[in-house]
Design a protein. Structure first.
Length: 459
């Protein structure tokens, strides 16, 4: 039976790497009987939201499609696309010409109704919330949006801006309950002292590179002033990590337009991860890192709520997943080990659980604690910060009901940190320095050997 590769591609950034990828792509799939069926042609959206472009390849069978995907020829060019375009790609097998859905319909009718599922994850549960549920949640009600602006010239600049934009901030509600926690204050978190003092957030949260943080703060200030022409005091909140290992940080390429584009372009659903926005040039735990996200649903009193986390990973230590060390010098023996010590990590926790500033500071502390689960060294020069805010305007829950929220924060931040590494790609930057991506096959094999996985996907 025929098989298909379907790609839903978003946030395409024009770059010469993309041109090279498009030119070389046909030579990789032709030997396996592949051909273009759809290639970014115009489409009509009939239901829901479908930003971006669609690409479809056809193959004689699923074996040929898998063989093409795993082939050295395709894997060699894949980073040319993945470092500039975000999206979802699936391999799916077709059905025979005489296929009838009647059998499936009968099976559905015979199936007994499933009991209601609890949305409260168990402590230690590391499941990702399904992508369609996250998208539906954002479409149903105002949420927290994320936008990226990425600067990548393929040579010395690998940097950008990431904006976390609460839709609830606006006319009639100019502040949200918030708190900041500094695990180690070796950083430049602009606006943090007022958040700490007053317990409120009054701007989007913007993340960028260390030497661009003040330009980003000024750009965000302009955005706030435009929204409130009568205002005389504003508190833009801008965090940073140092991406100077891979990017020419002294050039300070971030301009007002980059910040405003990230804020204006923020959307709901699952954000882009890896080498995007403020994570384009970051390195963590010996590997290429970037932006990571995750969320958990938690049960508090009589309501099911959401806890979400976004991280900008750029810190030292030994990568650890499910308690298993994955040191770069063992998984990538030839890896460049000249990364600067320390660096930093920015963590943003957003929730709709009703909490006050004191309780949010307790959440922010747990967010930094979660770094230990993935092997952080918490070194002298690492600026490790967490920002926590809630979109709720209800009275805070009692402290006696907060434990599930703590567990959700720890799990969500842990997974976001891992996602920031496992979604990144190998990057060579300024001075010819290279930061290697986590080798997925080697990591999975090590986890399986340690008994942490029930199946070996590469076996």
């Amino acid at each position: 039976m025929p098989a298909y590769v379907i790609a839903h591609l978003q946030d395409a950034a024009p770059h010469r790497d993309i041109a090279e990828y498009v030119e070389r792509l046909p030579a990789t799939f032709t030997p396996y009987g592949g051909r273009f069926l759809v290639h970014a042609t115009p489409h009509e959206v009939k239901e829901g939201a479908w930003p971006g472009a669609v690409v479809m390849l056809g193959f004689p069978g699923i074996a040929e499609a898998r063989a093409w995907w795993d082939s050295p020829a395709y894997q060699e060019i894949a980073p040319l696309r993945s470092r500039h375009i975000e999206g979802d790609i699936i391999l799916v097998e077709g059905v025979p010409e005489d296929y009838s859905p009647a059998g499936m319909a009968q099976a559905i009718r015979r199936r007994p109704p499933e009991p209601a599922r609890t949305a409260c994850p168990r402590p230690g549960d590391r499941r990702r919330i399904a992508a369609h549920r996250a998208a539906q949640r954002h479409h149903r009600r105002p949420g927290v949006l994320v936008g990226h602006t990425t600067i990548d010239d393929g040579a010395d600049l690998h940097t950008g801006v990431t904006a976390i934009v609460p839709e609830q901030l606006g006319a009639g509600r100019w502040t949200l309950p918030a708190a900041v926690y500094a695990g180690n204050g070796h950083g430049k978190l602009v606006g943090s002292t007022q958040v700490d003092e007053l317990g409120v957030l009054e701007s989007p949260v913007v993340l960028t590179a260390t030497l661009s943080v003040f330009r980003a703060a000024d750009a965000l200030l302009g955005h706030l002033m435009e929204r409130r022409p009568d205002g005389l005091s504003f508190n833009p909140l801008v965090g940073e990590t140092n991406d100077g290992h891979l990017s020419d940080i002294r050039r300070r390429p971030i301009a007002e337009a980059h910040v405003l584009a990230a804020v204006a372009g923020a959307t709901g659903g699952l954000p882009a991860e890896g080498c995007v926005g403020a994570g384009a040039g970051t390195t963590a735990l010996g590997y290429k890192a970037g932006i990571g996200t995750s969320s958990r649903t938690v049960r508090t009193t009589d309501h099911t709520r959401t806890v979400g986390a976004l991280v900008q990973s750029n810190f030292g230590g030994v990568l650890t997943a499910l308690g298993v060390p994955l040191p770069v010098d063992e998984l990538v023996p030839a890896a460049d080990r000249t990364e600067p010590p320390g660096n930093s990590c920015m963590i943003v926790v957003a929730t709709d659980v009703p909490l006050d500033a004191r309780q949010l500071r307790r959440l922010a502390r747990r967010a930094v604690f979660a770094m230990a689960r993935v092997g952080a060294s918490f070194s002298n020069t690492s600026g490790d910060y967490a920002i926590a805010f809630t979109t709720s305007d209800q009275p805070p829950i009692p402290d006696a009901a907060i434990d599930p929220v703590f567990a959700g924060v720890l799990d969500a931040v842990e997974e976001a940190l891992l996602n920031s590494l496992f979604t990144a790609v190998t990057t060579t930057g300024v001075g010819g320095r290279t930061s290697h991506a986590v080798p997925h096959r080697a990591a999975v094999e090590r986890l399986a050997a340690a008994g942490r996985l029930t199946a070996r996907p590469y076996a």
